[in-house]
Design a protein around this ligand. Structure first.
Ligand code: SAH
Ligand code: SF4
Ligand code: F3S
Length: 439
């Protein structure tokens, strides 16, 4: 009988995509993917380390597996992802969780099948962690979550060293894939029925494919692929957002009128201490340019509350920036100390209570604006790519508009993977309701 596996994924879309690749490799090897971890012979946990909570959730999950491991010594536990790139985590795993079988890093994904084989045949722990990646490994298979849309890595790593962030330490330096490889992959995906691609990188704006192809150049090349309907990307750093990319919004029909543009703070003083390399004014100017090039563009962001030294005035500048930009949506985070990053050493850490108060004020403002913006969609007709059944129940399906808004509507299973025209009937804080008026 073939062996079964299950992957638990924490963190961002990079991790999601790494999990798709691991699933692809194991499926190719004859393993079968199962929906529930309890039914698996091999459990893989792909970790994230962006905030302390993420670390805690991993150790919680690992704790749950201990009993199963005791009852069934043949059960294999593999751990990977961003947490594994930190020595103190490896030390904790070795001392407190000695029953973990395979530990591998973010640059060693391609070795998973071989590591599982070795763990089974040698019956001893396997550890493979490279501190940084070499050449990007091409041609790995992927078992994708959706059939109509796909995640496509265009680069890995990050060179920015924002002072709060662990990613440059866990993902290594920036490396871009060759544009031909990306174009070839997207062509294959389109042949398999994919209509929408999400280009992934920690800072896609600093993509350097070859001497002629920067990020905007890549968008123009992908826009020319027949059969592809939509191009999205994540994440773009304001400091490198070029005029050429802004122009691409005006020129490329397939580039969705949506951008996730993390601001982190509305105070230039805090931005400087975060090492973000732009000011509040420069950010606002970018937003203005984007709106000039693509009038109805939707904009979302990430904001950190309670960065060390953030004063009430700094925080009010953040509130003011949110009011000016009027984001369609925003992810807000409480600053979390990350071992080994510069900001962890900063004096003036903000008390938890103040962080929480600011967080609540910010979320309230953001939600009010989101609800107002979404209410403005009522009566509009939006083209929606149907992704699948919605959470709200029978005969209800959901999909995304060009501007990345989630829409729920009554439909049928044959709409999955298809573009439909939906008239918006209601705007809620986090989603829209609508009815299908055409295919
Ligand atoms: N590369 C992306 C962000 C990746 S991490 C970019 O630069 O935009 C996703 C988000 O997590 C960040 O935008 C930031 O808002 C948040 N984040 C990162 N480190 C954090 C920390 N130590 N505490 C709280 N939030 C953090
Ligand atoms: Fe982290 Fe900054 Fe790199 Fe984004 S750009 S991954 S926030 S260091
Ligand atoms: Fe987390 Fe690593 Fe992504 S730290 S957010 S999984 S790059």
């Amino acid at each position: 009988m073939s062996k079964t596996f299950h992957i638990t994924t924490f963190g961002c879309q990079m991790n999601e995509h790494d999990s798709e690749i691991m699933a692809g490799m194991l499926t190719e090897k004859g393993f079968e993917q199962v929906k529930e971890r309890k039914d698996a012979d091999v459990a893989i946990i792909n970790t994230c380390s962006i905030r302390e909570n993420a670390d805690k959730r991993f150790f919680g999950t690992l704790g749950q597996l201990k009993r199963r491991k005791k009852e069934d010594p043949g059960f294999l536990v593999c751990v990977c992802g961003c947490m594994m790139q930190q020595q103190h985590i490896i030390d904790t795993l070795k001392s407190k969780y000695p029953w973990v079988d395979v530990i591998f890093g973010t640059h060693n994904i391609h070795q998973l099948p071989e590591l599982i084989d070795k763990a089974l045949s040698e019956k001893r722990k396997q550890i493979e962690i490279w501190p940084d990646g070499g050449e990007i490994v091409e041609g790995l298979p992927a078992r994708r979550l959706y059939t109509c849309k796909a995640l496509v890595n265009i680069m890995s790593g990050c060179n920015n060293f924002c002072t709060y962030c662990i990613v440059p330490y866990t993902r290594g330096r920036e490396r871009s894939r060759k544009p031909e490889e990306i174009v070839r992959e997207v062509r294959h995906l389109v042949r398999d029925g994919v209509k929408e691609v999400m280009l992934l990188g920690q800072n896609v704006n600093s993509y350097k494919g070859d001497s002629e192809t920067d990020f905007a150049g890549l968008i123009y090349r992908l826009n020319a692929i027949e059969g592809l309907e939509r191009i999205r990307f994540m994440t773009s750093h304001p400091k490198d957002l070029s005029d050429r990319l802004i122009q691409a919004y005006a020129d490329c029909r397939k580039l969705c009128r949506n951008i996730h543009l993390p601001v982190q703070s509305g105070s230039s003083r805090v931005l400087k201490r975060m090492n973000r390399k732009y000011t509040r004014e420069q950010y606002l100017e970018l937003v203005e340019k984007l709106r000039e090039a693509a009038g109805d563009i939707t904009i979302s962001t990430d904001i950190i509350v309670g960065f060390p030294g953030e004063t009430e005035e700094d925080f009010e500048e953040t509130l003011d920036l949110v009011r000016r930009v009027r984001y369609d949506s925003a992810f807000t985070f409480l600053y979390s100390v990350r071992r080994g990053t510069p900001a962890a050493q900063y004096a003036e850490q903000i008390p938890e209570e103040i962080k929480h108060q600011r967080f609540n004020r910010l979320v309230e403002l953001i939600n009010t604006i989101s609800a107002e913006k979404n209410a403005g969609y009522v009566g509009r007709v939006e083209r929606v790519l149907t992704e699948g059944p919605s959470k709200s129940g029978s005969q209800t399906y959901c999909g995304r508009t060009d501007g990345f808004k989630l829409v729920n509507f009554k439909g049928s299973a044959d709409m999955i993977g298809q573009m439909v025209d939906v008239e918006i009937t209601e705007g809620k804080t986090f989603s829209l309701e609508g009815r299908v008026i055409g295919g």
